[in-house]
Design a protein around this ligand. Sequence first.
Ligand code: GLV
Ligand code: GLV
Length: 324
Amino acid sequence: QRPGVLLTRRLFPEVLQRLSAHFEVRDNPDDAVWTPAELIERLQGQWGVLATQGERIDATVLAACPQLRVVANMAVGFNNLDLEALARHGVQASNTPDVLTESTADFGMALLLATARRISEGEHYLRAGRWHKWSADLLLGAEVHHSTLGILGMGRIGQAIARRAAHGFAMQVLYHNRNPLDAATERACAARYVSKAELLRQADHLLLVLPYTSANHHTIAAAELAQMKPSATLVNLARGGIVDERALAHALRSGQLAAAGLDVFEGEPQVRPELLELPNVVLTPHIASSTRGTRLGMALLAADNLIAYHQRGQLLTPVKHPAA
Ligand code: GLV
Ligand code: GLV
């Protein structure tokens, strides 16, 4: 009998087709969001799961699903996986790096531009029927070109954004990361390593693209926001928990920070009411990688990890522990 694979969410027909050649596939055609108990129930007897960042695969799930051998996470981030519990249970896990890098970097620039140049605010103003005349000082924004971009987290996505910013927008690019890049990579993305404190102080625009771990929960909180320029913008493409949203809303309301662009939220899909009420925030529903080509590429890479593990006992893109 062929091993069973569970798809936790509705994906694309191509993915079902590819997996069905190797596995007994159970999917979620209604795209329901399952409770942890429902997930455990559907995982009974399954060998593998194609999960998304919305499902927590933790010690409780693993203890309740002893037949599970492999988790293919359809995301580059994997903070939804408890890596220690997976290791303890001998369960392998993969993520989807590389395939999403360029479209996510495009979205990072789009969110930065929309935030700095007040594009959402302008559209709301127009649609609300408030645009009665051209004015010289209507919705004045912040410069992007030739400004200083700070990137916190300099993985593949950070590097792809740095190349766009330096070469396309003549920005000065500063970054902070656990480890500095090697000199050749630094040259290729025209970026300079600085301390986190200097990054906060210097950035006209600060972009967050670091993997979320328990060690960087609220790494941008009141004290960090206070070090930033009052004219600065903050863009979060990573995970909501990296930013203390209460402190951010306060900084945006009090004029301590000019604007923010957020694609991720601490309690998503719930969004803090204070953020919804602020005009100087651009809010998007976790769509940085969302082009058809990229989302299909991510889903197929997750599927191919399951197939490779089944056929050869080797994942294509195993998760790499952030501390490694
Ligand atoms: C999306 O958030 C991802 O990690 O791919
Ligand atoms: C992190 O893994 C990234 O791709 O930026």
